[in-house]
Design a protein around this ligand. Structure first.
Ligand code: PLP
Length: 417
Protein backbone atom coordinates (compact mmCIF):
# COMPACT_ATOMS: atom_id res chain seq x y z
CA UNK A 1 0.00 0.00 0.00
CA UNK A 2 1.35 3.34 -1.05
CA UNK A 3 1.00 6.52 1.01
CA UNK A 4 -0.41 9.80 -0.26
CA UNK A 5 3.04 11.33 0.22
CA UNK A 6 4.46 8.71 -2.18
CA UNK A 7 1.62 8.73 -4.68
CA UNK A 8 0.77 12.43 -4.74
CA UNK A 9 3.47 14.43 -2.93
CA UNK A 10 2.18 17.78 -4.16
CA UNK A 11 -1.23 17.23 -2.61
CA UNK A 12 0.21 15.62 0.53
CA UNK A 13 2.38 18.67 1.08
CA UNK A 14 -0.64 20.98 0.78
CA UNK A 15 -2.58 18.96 3.36
CA UNK A 16 0.38 18.85 5.69
CA UNK A 17 0.91 22.59 5.34
CA UNK A 18 -2.79 23.21 6.04
CA UNK A 19 -2.53 21.08 9.21
CA UNK A 20 0.34 23.30 10.30
CA UNK A 21 -1.53 26.48 9.38
CA UNK A 22 -4.63 25.45 11.31
CA UNK A 23 -2.55 24.61 14.40
CA UNK A 24 -0.39 27.73 14.34
CA UNK A 25 -2.74 30.55 13.46
CA UNK A 26 -5.64 32.04 15.31
CA UNK A 27 -8.92 31.47 13.50
CA UNK A 28 -11.36 34.33 13.99
CA UNK A 29 -13.48 33.73 10.88
CA UNK A 30 -16.94 33.58 12.49
CA UNK A 31 -18.24 30.82 10.19
CA UNK A 32 -15.40 28.40 10.84
CA UNK A 33 -14.80 25.80 13.53
CA UNK A 34 -12.79 22.63 14.11
CA UNK A 35 -14.73 19.39 13.64
CA UNK A 36 -14.01 16.79 16.31
CA UNK A 37 -11.76 13.77 15.58
CA UNK A 38 -14.87 11.52 15.62
CA UNK A 39 -16.70 13.71 13.10
CA UNK A 40 -13.63 13.64 10.88
CA UNK A 41 -13.18 9.89 11.25
CA UNK A 42 -16.78 9.10 10.32
CA UNK A 43 -16.46 11.15 7.14
CA UNK A 44 -13.61 8.85 6.20
CA UNK A 45 -15.87 5.75 6.55
CA UNK A 46 -17.00 3.38 3.77
CA UNK A 47 -20.37 5.16 3.72
CA UNK A 48 -18.72 7.43 1.15
CA UNK A 49 -19.07 4.58 -1.37
CA UNK A 50 -22.82 4.09 -1.06
CA UNK A 51 -25.50 5.47 -3.35
CA UNK A 52 -28.74 6.00 -1.44
CA UNK A 53 -31.08 8.19 -3.48
CA UNK A 54 -34.38 8.48 -1.63
CA UNK A 55 -35.01 8.39 2.10
CA UNK A 56 -34.60 5.68 4.79
CA UNK A 57 -36.81 2.70 3.94
CA UNK A 58 -37.65 4.19 0.50
CA UNK A 59 -34.43 4.06 -1.53
CA UNK A 60 -33.88 3.75 -5.25
CA UNK A 61 -30.87 1.47 -4.67
CA UNK A 62 -30.53 -1.78 -2.76
CA UNK A 63 -28.02 -2.41 -0.01
CA UNK A 64 -29.08 0.65 1.99
CA UNK A 65 -29.81 -1.02 5.35
CA UNK A 66 -26.69 0.31 7.06
CA UNK A 67 -26.88 3.83 5.67
CA UNK A 68 -30.55 3.88 6.70
CA UNK A 69 -29.41 3.35 10.30
CA UNK A 70 -27.05 6.33 10.00
CA UNK A 71 -29.61 8.64 8.41
CA UNK A 72 -32.33 7.70 10.92
CA UNK A 73 -29.92 8.42 13.78
CA UNK A 74 -29.08 11.82 12.28
CA UNK A 75 -32.78 12.67 11.81
CA UNK A 76 -33.81 11.57 15.31
CA UNK A 77 -30.91 13.41 16.96
CA UNK A 78 -31.53 16.59 14.97
CA UNK A 79 -35.17 16.51 16.09
CA UNK A 80 -34.15 15.91 19.71
CA UNK A 81 -31.48 18.62 19.64
CA UNK A 82 -33.79 21.30 18.26
CA UNK A 83 -37.05 20.03 19.79
CA UNK A 84 -38.85 19.75 16.44
CA UNK A 85 -40.82 17.07 14.61
CA UNK A 86 -39.27 17.23 11.12
CA UNK A 87 -35.65 17.10 9.99
CA UNK A 88 -34.09 16.58 6.58
CA UNK A 89 -30.37 15.89 6.99
CA UNK A 90 -29.49 15.44 3.31
CA UNK A 91 -28.59 18.96 2.07
CA UNK A 92 -24.97 18.91 1.00
CA UNK A 93 -24.46 22.41 2.42
CA UNK A 94 -26.33 25.49 3.61
CA UNK A 95 -26.84 26.81 0.10
CA UNK A 96 -28.52 23.55 -0.99
CA UNK A 97 -30.81 23.58 2.05
CA UNK A 98 -31.83 27.12 1.08
CA UNK A 99 -32.29 26.20 -2.59
CA UNK A 100 -34.62 23.39 -1.51
CA UNK A 101 -36.74 25.75 0.59
CA UNK A 102 -37.09 28.15 -2.35
CA UNK A 103 -38.07 25.26 -4.61
CA UNK A 104 -40.56 23.82 -2.14
CA UNK A 105 -42.29 27.00 -1.03
CA UNK A 106 -42.06 29.60 -3.80
CA UNK A 107 -42.28 29.80 -7.58
CA UNK A 108 -39.86 31.67 -9.83
CA UNK A 109 -40.93 35.30 -10.05
CA UNK A 110 -42.47 35.34 -6.56
CA UNK A 111 -41.60 38.20 -4.24
CA UNK A 112 -39.23 37.18 -1.45
CA UNK A 113 -37.89 39.34 1.37
CA UNK A 114 -34.42 38.71 2.78
CA UNK A 115 -31.72 40.63 4.61
CA UNK A 116 -29.44 42.55 2.27
CA UNK A 117 -26.00 40.90 1.93
CA UNK A 118 -24.31 44.26 2.43
CA UNK A 119 -26.17 44.69 5.74
CA UNK A 120 -25.42 41.22 7.12
CA UNK A 121 -27.57 38.80 5.10
CA UNK A 122 -26.37 35.82 3.05
CA UNK A 123 -25.91 35.41 -0.71
CA UNK A 124 -28.71 32.84 -0.84
CA UNK A 125 -31.20 35.29 0.69
CA UNK A 126 -31.63 37.09 -2.61
CA UNK A 127 -28.33 38.53 -3.77
CA UNK A 128 -28.53 39.33 -7.51
CA UNK A 129 -25.47 37.17 -8.22
CA UNK A 130 -27.09 34.10 -6.63
CA UNK A 131 -29.88 31.84 -7.99
CA UNK A 132 -32.14 33.36 -5.32
CA UNK A 133 -31.73 36.86 -6.69
CA UNK A 134 -31.99 35.73 -10.30
CA UNK A 135 -35.17 33.68 -10.05
CA UNK A 136 -37.19 35.59 -7.47
CA UNK A 137 -38.22 39.22 -7.09
CA UNK A 138 -36.20 40.18 -4.03
CA UNK A 139 -37.13 43.00 -1.69
CA UNK A 140 -34.28 43.41 0.78
CA UNK A 141 -34.47 44.70 4.34
CA UNK A 142 -31.62 45.92 6.52
CA UNK A 143 -30.42 47.89 9.49
CA UNK A 144 -31.24 51.22 11.03
CA UNK A 145 -28.06 53.16 10.14
CA UNK A 146 -28.19 55.11 13.40
CA UNK A 147 -28.17 52.06 15.68
CA UNK A 148 -26.83 49.21 13.53
CA UNK A 149 -29.88 47.21 14.66
CA UNK A 150 -32.50 45.56 12.44
CA UNK A 151 -35.20 48.07 11.63
CA UNK A 152 -38.36 45.99 12.24
CA UNK A 153 -40.71 48.91 11.58
CA UNK A 154 -39.18 49.39 8.15
CA UNK A 155 -39.28 45.61 7.58
CA UNK A 156 -43.01 45.65 8.36
CA UNK A 157 -43.62 48.61 6.09
CA UNK A 158 -41.83 46.89 3.19
CA UNK A 159 -43.58 43.56 3.85
CA UNK A 160 -47.04 45.14 3.87
CA UNK A 161 -46.27 47.11 0.71
CA UNK A 162 -44.83 44.16 -1.24
CA UNK A 163 -46.64 41.11 0.23
CA UNK A 164 -43.76 38.63 -0.14
CA UNK A 165 -44.34 34.90 -0.48
CA UNK A 166 -41.38 34.24 1.85
CA UNK A 167 -39.87 36.34 4.63
CA UNK A 168 -36.33 35.15 5.40
CA UNK A 169 -34.82 35.72 8.83
CA UNK A 170 -31.17 34.88 9.46
CA UNK A 171 -27.79 36.39 8.78
CA UNK A 172 -24.07 35.97 8.27
CA UNK A 173 -22.97 39.14 10.02
CA UNK A 174 -25.34 40.44 12.71
CA UNK A 175 -24.22 40.43 16.31
CA UNK A 176 -27.53 40.84 18.12
CA UNK A 177 -30.51 38.70 19.01
CA UNK A 178 -33.19 38.57 16.38
CA UNK A 179 -36.78 39.09 17.38
CA UNK A 180 -38.27 35.99 15.77
CA UNK A 181 -41.73 36.58 17.28
CA UNK A 182 -41.85 40.05 15.74
CA UNK A 183 -40.77 38.69 12.37
CA UNK A 184 -43.44 35.98 12.52
CA UNK A 185 -46.04 38.64 13.31
CA UNK A 186 -44.88 40.67 10.30
CA UNK A 187 -44.99 37.55 8.10
CA UNK A 188 -48.52 36.76 9.31
CA UNK A 189 -49.73 40.30 8.62
CA UNK A 190 -48.21 40.23 5.14
CA UNK A 191 -49.41 36.69 4.37
CA UNK A 192 -45.84 35.37 4.05
CA UNK A 193 -44.22 32.08 5.01
CA UNK A 194 -41.61 32.77 7.70
CA UNK A 195 -38.32 30.97 7.08
CA UNK A 196 -35.28 31.31 9.35
CA UNK A 197 -31.77 30.44 8.20
CA UNK A 198 -30.00 29.98 11.55
CA UNK A 199 -26.70 28.77 10.02
CA UNK A 200 -24.52 31.06 12.11
CA UNK A 201 -26.18 30.55 15.47
CA UNK A 202 -27.38 26.92 15.26
CA UNK A 203 -24.95 25.75 17.95
CA UNK A 204 -26.01 28.55 20.29
CA UNK A 205 -29.68 27.73 19.62
CA UNK A 206 -29.09 24.01 20.28
CA UNK A 207 -27.51 24.93 23.61
CA UNK A 208 -30.33 27.30 24.57
CA UNK A 209 -28.00 30.32 24.37
CA UNK A 210 -29.68 32.21 21.51
CA UNK A 211 -33.41 32.80 20.80
CA UNK A 212 -34.88 29.65 19.29
CA UNK A 213 -36.54 30.31 15.91
CA UNK A 214 -38.38 26.97 15.76
CA UNK A 215 -41.44 28.01 17.78
CA UNK A 216 -41.94 30.94 15.38
CA UNK A 217 -40.78 29.89 11.91
CA UNK A 218 -42.63 27.68 9.44
CA UNK A 219 -39.28 26.30 8.33
CA UNK A 220 -35.68 26.58 9.55
CA UNK A 221 -32.49 25.86 7.63
CA UNK A 222 -28.93 25.66 8.89
CA UNK A 223 -25.42 24.63 8.11
CA UNK A 224 -23.90 22.02 10.40
CA UNK A 225 -20.29 23.25 10.44
CA UNK A 226 -20.33 26.68 12.06
CA UNK A 227 -21.22 27.09 15.77
CA UNK A 228 -22.81 23.62 15.56
CA UNK A 229 -19.29 22.20 14.97
CA UNK A 230 -20.21 19.24 12.79
CA UNK A 231 -19.15 18.24 9.28
CA UNK A 232 -19.71 20.65 6.40
CA UNK A 233 -23.37 20.28 5.51
CA UNK A 234 -26.93 21.55 5.71
CA UNK A 235 -30.22 20.62 7.40
CA UNK A 236 -33.87 21.64 7.15
CA UNK A 237 -36.10 21.60 10.24
CA UNK A 238 -39.74 22.32 10.99
CA UNK A 239 -42.23 21.91 13.81
CA UNK A 240 -45.98 21.40 13.69
CA UNK A 241 -46.33 22.05 9.95
CA UNK A 242 -48.02 18.79 8.96
CA UNK A 243 -47.11 15.93 6.65
CA UNK A 244 -47.84 17.64 3.31
CA UNK A 245 -45.55 20.62 4.06
CA UNK A 246 -42.72 18.27 5.13
CA UNK A 247 -43.22 16.03 2.11
CA UNK A 248 -42.75 19.09 -0.13
CA UNK A 249 -39.48 19.92 1.62
CA UNK A 250 -38.23 16.33 1.28
CA UNK A 251 -39.00 16.17 -2.42
CA UNK A 252 -37.41 19.59 -2.98
CA UNK A 253 -34.12 18.25 -1.54
CA UNK A 254 -34.33 14.98 -3.47
CA UNK A 255 -35.06 14.82 -6.36
CA UNK A 256 -35.51 18.61 -6.51
CA UNK A 257 -32.02 20.00 -6.06
CA UNK A 258 -29.84 16.98 -5.22
CA UNK A 259 -29.10 13.46 -6.35
CA UNK A 260 -27.47 10.90 -4.08
CA UNK A 261 -26.99 12.01 -0.48
CA UNK A 262 -23.46 12.11 1.00
CA UNK A 263 -23.96 9.23 3.45
CA UNK A 264 -20.54 9.61 5.08
CA UNK A 265 -21.37 13.24 5.85
CA UNK A 266 -24.87 12.36 7.09
CA UNK A 267 -23.28 9.80 9.44
CA UNK A 268 -20.88 12.50 10.64
CA UNK A 269 -23.88 14.79 11.24
CA UNK A 270 -25.32 12.03 13.47
CA UNK A 271 -22.11 12.03 15.53
CA UNK A 272 -22.01 15.83 15.70
CA UNK A 273 -25.63 15.98 16.90
CA UNK A 274 -24.82 13.40 19.59
CA UNK A 275 -21.87 15.56 20.64
CA UNK A 276 -24.14 18.59 20.75
CA UNK A 277 -26.54 16.71 23.02
CA UNK A 278 -23.82 16.28 25.69
CA UNK A 279 -23.73 18.71 28.64
CA UNK A 280 -20.25 19.91 27.63
CA UNK A 281 -21.68 21.45 24.47
CA UNK A 282 -23.63 24.02 26.47
CA UNK A 283 -20.50 24.87 28.43
CA UNK A 284 -18.70 25.36 25.12
CA UNK A 285 -21.40 27.66 23.71
CA UNK A 286 -21.47 29.74 26.91
CA UNK A 287 -17.73 30.18 26.57
CA UNK A 288 -18.14 31.20 22.91
CA UNK A 289 -20.46 34.00 24.10
CA UNK A 290 -18.26 35.04 27.04
CA UNK A 291 -15.22 35.18 24.76
CA UNK A 292 -17.06 37.28 22.15
CA UNK A 293 -18.31 39.71 24.80
CA UNK A 294 -14.81 40.05 26.27
CA UNK A 295 -13.28 40.73 22.85
CA UNK A 296 -15.96 43.28 21.94
CA UNK A 297 -15.49 45.13 25.23
CA UNK A 298 -11.71 45.28 24.90
CA UNK A 299 -11.81 46.35 21.26
CA UNK A 300 -14.19 49.17 22.15
CA UNK A 301 -12.03 50.24 25.10
CA UNK A 302 -9.19 50.55 22.62
CA UNK A 303 -11.26 53.06 20.63
CA UNK A 304 -12.65 50.94 17.81
CA UNK A 305 -16.32 51.00 16.93
CA UNK A 306 -18.33 47.78 16.94
CA UNK A 307 -21.48 47.88 14.81
CA UNK A 308 -24.52 48.04 17.15
CA UNK A 309 -22.19 48.66 20.10
CA UNK A 310 -21.46 45.05 21.08
CA UNK A 311 -22.51 41.43 20.64
CA UNK A 312 -25.11 38.97 21.93
CA UNK A 313 -23.73 36.07 19.92
CA UNK A 314 -20.46 34.61 18.64
CA UNK A 315 -19.51 37.42 16.24
CA UNK A 316 -19.02 41.14 15.88
CA UNK A 317 -18.27 43.63 13.14
CA UNK A 318 -15.53 46.19 13.67
CA UNK A 319 -16.35 49.38 11.80
CA UNK A 320 -13.21 50.91 10.31
CA UNK A 321 -14.96 53.51 8.19
CA UNK A 322 -13.41 56.34 10.26
CA UNK A 323 -9.86 54.98 9.71
CA UNK A 324 -7.39 55.80 6.96
CA UNK A 325 -7.17 52.11 5.92
CA UNK A 326 -9.73 49.61 4.59
CA UNK A 327 -11.15 46.29 5.77
CA UNK A 328 -8.97 44.59 3.19
CA UNK A 329 -5.82 46.29 4.55
CA UNK A 330 -6.74 45.25 8.09
CA UNK A 331 -7.48 41.67 7.02
CA UNK A 332 -4.06 41.43 5.29
CA UNK A 333 -2.09 42.97 8.18
CA UNK A 334 -3.76 40.66 10.71
CA UNK A 335 -3.04 37.72 8.47
CA UNK A 336 0.66 38.65 8.65
CA UNK A 337 0.32 38.42 12.43
CA UNK A 338 -1.18 34.90 12.21
CA UNK A 339 -4.69 36.15 12.99
CA UNK A 340 -7.31 35.22 10.38
CA UNK A 341 -10.41 37.40 10.14
CA UNK A 342 -12.47 38.47 7.18
CA UNK A 343 -13.03 41.84 5.65
CA UNK A 344 -16.72 42.67 5.71
CA UNK A 345 -18.98 45.47 4.58
CA UNK A 346 -20.44 47.64 7.34
CA UNK A 347 -23.90 49.27 7.09
CA UNK A 348 -23.83 51.93 4.35
CA UNK A 349 -20.26 51.02 3.48
CA UNK A 350 -18.84 53.50 0.98
CA UNK A 351 -16.35 50.89 -0.27
CA UNK A 352 -16.92 47.88 -2.53
CA UNK A 353 -17.42 44.36 -1.08
CA UNK A 354 -13.87 43.49 -2.22
CA UNK A 355 -12.38 46.33 -0.22
CA UNK A 356 -14.89 47.09 2.58
CA UNK A 357 -14.64 49.22 5.71
CA UNK A 358 -15.08 46.50 8.27
CA UNK A 359 -13.81 43.28 9.79
CA UNK A 360 -15.95 40.39 10.98
CA UNK A 361 -14.56 38.34 13.83
CA UNK A 362 -16.00 35.41 15.75
CA UNK A 363 -15.07 33.10 18.61
CA UNK A 364 -16.35 29.56 17.79
CA UNK A 365 -12.99 28.20 16.57
CA UNK A 366 -10.72 29.73 19.23
CA UNK A 367 -13.13 28.53 21.93
CA UNK A 368 -12.99 24.98 20.55
CA UNK A 369 -9.20 25.01 20.93
CA UNK A 370 -9.57 26.04 24.56
CA UNK A 371 -9.18 29.81 24.62
CA UNK A 372 -10.99 31.41 27.54
CA UNK A 373 -11.63 35.07 28.33
CA UNK A 374 -7.98 35.69 29.31
CA UNK A 375 -6.65 34.37 25.98
CA UNK A 376 -9.35 36.19 24.02
CA UNK A 377 -8.51 39.47 25.73
CA UNK A 378 -4.82 39.03 24.88
CA UNK A 379 -5.81 38.26 21.33
CA UNK A 380 -8.10 41.29 21.06
CA UNK A 381 -5.26 43.44 22.39
CA UNK A 382 -2.91 42.12 19.68
CA UNK A 383 -5.57 42.69 17.06
CA UNK A 384 -5.87 46.33 18.17
CA UNK A 385 -2.06 46.68 18.22
CA UNK A 386 -1.98 45.64 14.55
CA UNK A 387 -4.81 48.04 13.67
CA UNK A 388 -3.12 50.89 15.56
CA UNK A 389 0.09 50.14 13.66
CA UNK A 390 -1.78 50.19 10.35
CA UNK A 391 -2.78 53.73 11.22
CA UNK A 392 0.83 54.85 11.68
CA UNK A 393 2.49 52.66 9.04
CA UNK A 394 4.47 50.42 11.42
CA UNK A 395 2.31 47.35 10.88
CA UNK A 396 4.96 45.16 9.21
CA UNK A 397 7.19 45.20 12.31
CA UNK A 398 4.27 44.98 14.75
CA UNK A 399 2.68 42.08 12.86
CA UNK A 400 5.96 40.15 12.85
CA UNK A 401 6.38 40.62 16.61
CA UNK A 402 2.79 39.59 17.34
CA UNK A 403 3.03 36.60 15.02
CA UNK A 404 5.57 35.00 17.38
CA UNK A 405 3.23 35.45 20.33
CA UNK A 406 0.30 34.08 18.35
CA UNK A 407 2.22 30.92 17.49
CA UNK A 408 3.28 30.47 21.11
CA UNK A 409 -0.30 30.87 22.34
CA UNK A 410 -1.59 28.44 19.70
CA UNK A 411 0.97 25.82 20.74
CA UNK A 412 -0.31 26.05 24.31
CA UNK A 413 -3.76 25.16 22.92
CA UNK A 414 -3.37 22.58 20.14
CA UNK A 415 -6.41 21.83 18.01
CA UNK A 416 -5.74 18.15 17.24
CA UNK A 417 -2.20 17.30 18.25
N1 PLP B 1 -26.74 30.66 5.29
C1 PLP B 1 -26.01 31.47 6.05
C2 PLP B 1 -26.69 32.41 7.00
C3 PLP B 1 -24.60 31.43 5.97
O1 PLP B 1 -23.87 32.26 6.71
C4 PLP B 1 -24.00 30.51 5.07
C5 PLP B 1 -22.53 30.40 4.94
O2 PLP B 1 -21.77 31.25 5.16
C6 PLP B 1 -24.83 29.71 4.28
C7 PLP B 1 -26.19 29.80 4.42
C8 PLP B 1 -24.28 28.81 3.20
O3 PLP B 1 -23.72 27.70 3.68
P1 PLP B 1 -22.72 26.82 2.76
O4 PLP B 1 -21.49 27.61 2.65
O5 PLP B 1 -22.59 25.56 3.56
O6 PLP B 1 -23.41 26.60 1.46
Amino acid sequence: STTLADFDPELARAIHAEEGRQEDHVELIASENYASPLVRAVQDSVFTNKYAEGYPGRRYYSGCGNVDVAERLAIERAKQLFGCDYANVQPHAGAQANAAVFLALASPGDTVMGMDLAQGGHLTHGNPSNFSGRHYRIVPYGLDPATGLIDYDEMERIALATRPRLLIGGFSAYSRHKDWARMRAIADKAGAIFWVDMAHVAGLVAAGEYPDPLPHAHVVTSTTHKTLRGPRGGIILASGQGAEFCRKLDSAVFPGVQGGPLMHVIAAKAVAFKEALQPGFRTYQRQVLANARAMAALIQRRGYRIVSGGTDNHLMLIDLSDRPYTGRDADAALSDAGITTNKNTVPNDPRSPFVTSGLRIGTPAVTTRGFGVAECERLAGWLCDVLDALGDGTHAQVAARIHERVVALCREHPVYR
